[in-house]
Design a protein around this ligand. Structure first.
Ligand code: HEM
Length: 425
């Protein structure tokens, strides 16, 4: 039996960030911990493949009405796929799977590479650049073109800032939270207007594009989505794609700390680039945990979980579980390769659905696992290779990554100077 705290732990959770659940597990000496969140609601923290399986079973945990209002009003949007269960979720999720898990993502990657190459020529003329901001612009340009969201080159920097703000403000009471709420109101209204233009025929979009598919999507009742909800779902493609800029920042951090990986990335060996992307996603803190609410009393790990309790899966904790990833605090892309990672002969090893969980666990087609994982790995692999091929200097700056800040990032957002697209360092 694990000790159950009486007081709400929301403030310690926000103060400790990614270390909050791992610390509680260390104190309790076991993988399952009890705590209280969201006005003292009983909360169970789980970790590991069995805990993940438990959470992804809809008999045990439901999402509808469970996600905290501040997260829905900033990161996901009201009515988002993240907040649905059962048949409504299945129908909406199929739309995302169709858009994000097929061959179309090659086109998105090509656009991102072209936008990066354009930007890199400009960086060469500048005294210094902030890499995470630049990567957000590159990704905004690419994903808006790919998704058929109409944005001019002049509008890209402001949109990139807004999309970054939506990601940056979900887990804090600081001003960046209130900015994210305002941005969401404004950008949803803008995109809802565009959806209405598509539906009325005033705007034409390529068949199969994100904007076209979401505008025409019918829910489990056969109804079109309200324009505002359609806008939420277009943002749920565009916003997280731009969030890959966090991983680009972490990739630069890794290349700075462990420059021995640069040469192999530069060689363009696809398996190594993918393994590097997986290790960046595993090693660095980004999505802290996921959760939902128990619809009825359930049992887990010898613990009674009352109806209405929150259940959280510790994503950061599981990605650093030594039973799954030996020496979890060593940055080793080779852990994701066959043949111990020997150059030229290795491929990416099979990764179990409940093992590596930076973007959730299980099957993205049937559960809530992120449908954008293929997009993330493809974009991150491509941009990490380009980053490794770039010549630059890393000037004096604060590259520390605080585990207390959610979402974490290098404090300086990675400043580069003397950038040379030719790759001479
Ligand atoms: C930037 C890196 C990304 C991270 C760290 C990330 C992380 C996550 C996490 C943790 C979830 C929740 C899983 C769950 O609740 O079980 C999720 C869901 C989702 N992600 Fe991502 N994601 C990323 C990129 C993307 C991209 C690039 C897209 C789309 C292009 C995307 C679209 C979605 C959608 C639509 C959902 C909701 C799935 C559902 O509820 O069924 N994500 N993501």
């Amino acid at each position: 039996m694990v000790r159950r705290p009486r007081l709400d732990q929301s403030i310690p959770m926000l103060a400790q960030g990614y270390a909050w659940l791992p610390d509680q597990r260390r104190t309790a000496g076991r993988a399952t911990v009890h705590t209280r969140l969201m006005l003292a609601r009983q909360t169970l923290g789980v970790e590991g493949p069995a805990g993940a399986r438990f959470l992804y079973d809809e008999d045990h945990v439901r999402r509808s009405g469970a996600l905290p209002e501040p997260v829905v009003s900033t990161l996901f949007g009201h009515g988002a796929v993240h907040t649905l269960d059962g048949e409504p979720h299945r129908v909406r999720k199929a739309m995302f799977v169709q858009l994000l898990m097929g061959e179309g993502i090659g086109d998105l990657v090509d656009r991102a590479e072209a936008a990066w190459d354009d930007a890199a020529r400009r960086w060469a003329g500048e005294r210094r650049i902030v890499l995470m901001d630049e990567a957000a612009r590159v990704l905004t340009r690419a994903v808006c073109d790919w998704a058929a969201v109409p944005v001019t080159d002049e509008e890209v920097p402001a949109l990139a800032r807004d999309l970054t703000a939506l990601v940056d403000g979900f887990a804090t009471g600081a001003p960046r939270h209130w900015r994210a709420r305002r941005v969401r109101q404004r950008r949803e209204a803008w995109l809802a207007g565009i959806v209405e233009e598509v539906r009325s025929g005033a705007r034409t979009v390529p068949a199969g594009s994100v904007l076209g598919v979401v505008s025409a999507h019918r829910d489990s009742e056969g109804e079109l989505l309200e324009p505002r909800v359609a806008a939420v779902e277009v943002l749920n493609v565009v916003r997280p794609t731009v969030a890959v800029s966090w991983f680009v920042g972490f990739a630069a951090h890794a290349l700075h700390r462990w420059p021995e990986h640069r040469e192999r990335l530069r060689s363009g060996e696809p398996a190594f680039a993918a393994a590097f992307a997986h290790e960046v996603r595993r090693f660095y803190p980004f999505a802290p945990f996921i959760g939902g609410r128990a619809p009825r009393e359930v049992q887990w790990d010898g613990e009674m979980v009352p109806a209405g309790s929150m259940v959280l899966l510790d994503l950061f904790g599981q990605n650093h579980d030594p039973d799954l990833f030996p020496e979890p605090y060593a940055f080793r892309p080779e852990r994701f390769l066959t043949d111990g990672g020997s150059a030229g002969t290795s491929a990416v090893r099979q990764i179990g659905p409940w093992e590596l969980v930076p973007q959730g666990a299980g099957d993205p087609r049937s559960g809530h696992r992120c449908p954008g994982e293929d997009v993330t790995v493809a974009l991150l692999s491509a941009l990490a290779v380009r980053l490794a091929c770039l010549g630059y200097t890393v000037p004096e700056q604060d590259l520390t990554i605080s585990l207390r800040r959610i979402p974490a990032r290098p404090a300086s957002r990675v400043v580069l100077s003397d950038v040379r697209p030719d790759g001479q360092r």
